[in-house]
Design a protein around this ligand. Sequence first.
Ligand code: ATP
Ligand code: MG
Ligand code: FE
Length: 345
Amino acid sequence: MKVLGLETSCDETGLAIFDSEQMGSDNQGLVGQVLYSQIELHALYGGVVPELASRDHIRKLVPLLNELLEQCDVKKSELDAVAYTKGPGLIGALMTGALFGRSLAYGLDIPAIGVHHMEGHLLAPLMGANPPAFPFVSLLVSGGHTQLIAAQGIGQYEILGESIDDAAGECFDKAAKMLGLPYPGGPNIAKLAENGDPSAYELPRPMLHRGLDFSFSGMKTAVHNLIKDTAGSDSDPQVRADIAASFQHAMVDTLVKKCVKALKQVEMSRLVIAGGVSANKHLRETLERELAKINATVHYAPPALCTDNGAMIAYAGYERLQAGQADDLAVSCVPRWPMTELPAV
Ligand code: ATP
Ligand code: MG
Ligand code: FE
């Protein structure tokens, strides 16, 4: 079954073709993918401008689909289904992909399904060669979410804890901005941190001993004060690298400790990390080391499938279509959509 996946929830237009018949092969079912990021478009304004995002998705969807079909050597008539991101996200941006995907499926007389963006992230690591079996604990760490979830199966999610303020990725982005680094901040902080000493500065680990919730706004303030005290934004490159490394270390330390706590609490031995921040090398390595100590394992997707992409939408759509789910002709996007409202598979 060949599923076209469309991701347009925010500022990236991602399209991909997933083919279940190729699941066991080298590409793990991913026939091909294309991604267009609107970063430059929004950079001028210091944040994503919703109306500009919608218009740019509209401009890019047709050329990107043609590019993808050509790259994959697949004809439109060979597609078996279309999966599009239905929420959560910016309503205008969601509508572009949803209406495009729904209309395309109607024209081709194939099923269409609306996918939850965070379920797309959550399931992306399952596309790999040795997918982790359910049940597992999932750490969703992205630009808009920081959640610990107990997953019993597809659509059977219990939220164990979440951020009460900023998301982890957002915190990386803000710390990067304070250090004068461009968006997206995560990879830029990680790069600068390579030459830094993670123990140079002691940063707070908020709410470490309080349940499974997170709070990152205090960490942001601490970075701000540290930069002010050391003139770190425009001073010594070593000081800047030390600040980046200390910040990354505090973030990773907090995330890892909560993951260990969650695994113990629900008595599970598998952790799946997903979302943009799960691409972070220091986080992956620390989790591997710390989870080995409690006989647990960590699973993640390749970096390109951690941040927003069409492949995760195609795959999540495929899993739900397999279970007999599909959407009717009505298109309704859901800008705010708790994952716990999803039906089980
Ligand atoms: P959401 O999925 O919650 O709606 P989003 O789609 O904007 O938010 P993603 O695309 O999953 O988020 O991830 C983007 C975030 O991941 C950014 O905040 C970015 O800084 C962060 N990120 C990407 N790579 C890394 C990395 N190597 N280390 C740390 N953070 C990273
Ligand atoms: Mg994005
Ligand atoms: Fe995302």
